[in-house]
Every structure is written in C-alpha cells, then in structure tokens.
Design a protein around this ligand. Sequence first.
Ligand code: Z5A
Length: 207
Amino acid sequence: MAKFITLEGIEGVGKTSNLNFIQQLLSDAGHDCVVTREPGGTALGESLRSLLLAHSDTQMSADAELMLMFAARAEHLNKVILPALARGQDVLCDRFTEATYAYQGGGRGLDLAKIGQLEHWVQGALRPDLTLILDAPVEVGRARAGRRSTPDRIETEQDAFFERVRAAYQQLAQQQPERICLIDAVPPLEAVQSSIEQSLRKYNILD
Ligand code: Z5A
C-alpha cells in the first residue's frame, strides 16, 4: 500500500539534504514516489508560500498565517497528495501539519484545538504513515542554515520562537510514537541517514 511520509524540523536541521536520501532509498526498494513540499506543491500553494515567507511592511496576523497554511494544504491534498496515494505512489513531503502544530501552535502560541479543527476539516482522518522529525538545538540549525541563505519572514523570528517550535515538535513525537519519530540530527550526515534508514524499516515503510 502507498505510504505517506513527512519530514519535519526547525530550519537548517537537514530536511532538504535528507529528502533526496529517502527518495533514493524508496526508489531502490522499488517504490514509486512523489516528492513535494509545504507550503507549496501546487501553483496556488507556491503563490501562498511566497506570500507567507515574503517580508512585508504590514504584519500578518497569526490567524491569517494559520489559515493560509491550511488553504495551501487543502489544495495540495486535493491536487497532489490524495491522487498520488490513490495511484499507489508513495508521497514524501517536506513539512506537513506537524509544522503547523510546531510553528503556529508552539511558536505563535495559537490554540491547538483550533489547529485540530482545521486539520479535521481539511484532512479528515488522513495522517502521515510516518513523520520523521529531525531534532537539533536551535543554534546548530541556525549555523547550518546561516551558511547558505537570506532569512525569510519566519526565519527572522528570535531564538525563543524556535525553542518553542522545537519543544512542540519534541512533544508531538512523545504523544504519537506510533507514527512520529524523533531523529537526532546533530551527528554527521551519514550517521543521521543511518538513523533515518533504521526508522523507515522500524515503521514498515521499507521491507
Ligand atoms: N511553516 C509553518 O510555519 N507552518 C506550516 O504549517 C508549514 C511551514 C508547512 C518554510 O519551510 C517555512 O514555513 C518554515 C516553516 C514554515 N520556516 N521556517 N523557519 P522550509 O522547509 O522551506 O524552510 P526551512 O525550514 O527554513 O528549511 P531549510 O532552511 O532549507 O532547512 P533544511 O532543509 O532543514 O536544511 P538543509 O538545507 O538540508 O541543510 C542546511 C545545511 O546544513 C546544508 O548546507 C547541509 O549541507 C547542512 N547539513 C545538513 N545535515 C547536516 C549534518 N548532519 N551535519 C552537518 N551539516 C549538515
């Protein structure tokens, strides 16, 4: 049966680096896999991503940010994720609803029940088969990301914001160990990839 796998973590922990690795593992195991991302993955979703991440003179409210994340997700589910799963393809997604719980819930302090209502509305009972959360201290992620890009609107938040995001991710992994796995992302890339491969076997994504 097709599997839905998501990759999460704070900025710079190595999601993009490990996405290619997971795709290769799935492909080597004979899985046909669609790789996508949130916010984004569709024409509308990518436009919403630009709005969400762009710096602006007017501040976006936390509620608007939350609902734009779910608007992008509704489009992504209907146009990309659900059709791929229905065709028997695995879906590997760079961030999904756990990011909303972590950033809008943990980071912005929005009511988790509100997020749960939107999750239920947009996704029904659909949840990823496996969510891998790459975990590292904020300063490690910042140092890795800092080598590379100009910070977007969310990346310019203070360290305290990202500490709350990280704590929320850790809590999600504790609460739902049956489908959410925390991976130590501090060691060198090869060691992180070895942990990821073990998790994919443990959670029956790879045989
Ligand atoms: N967001 C939200 O608020 N709510 C939501 O519901 C959703 C998203 C879905 C866009 O995310 C933003 O949207 C994000 C959350 C918000 N904002 N923030 N912050 P994004 O995924 O596009 O952006 P990102 O988190 O900033 O990703 P990133 O900066 O590209 O980080 P990454 O993909 O995790 O890192 P990387 O590019 O793979 O690695 C960074 C560098 O570290 C790179 O040079 C690697 O070679 C190096 N690296 C990676 N692993 C290692 C190890 N193990 N050792 C040493 N060096 C390493």
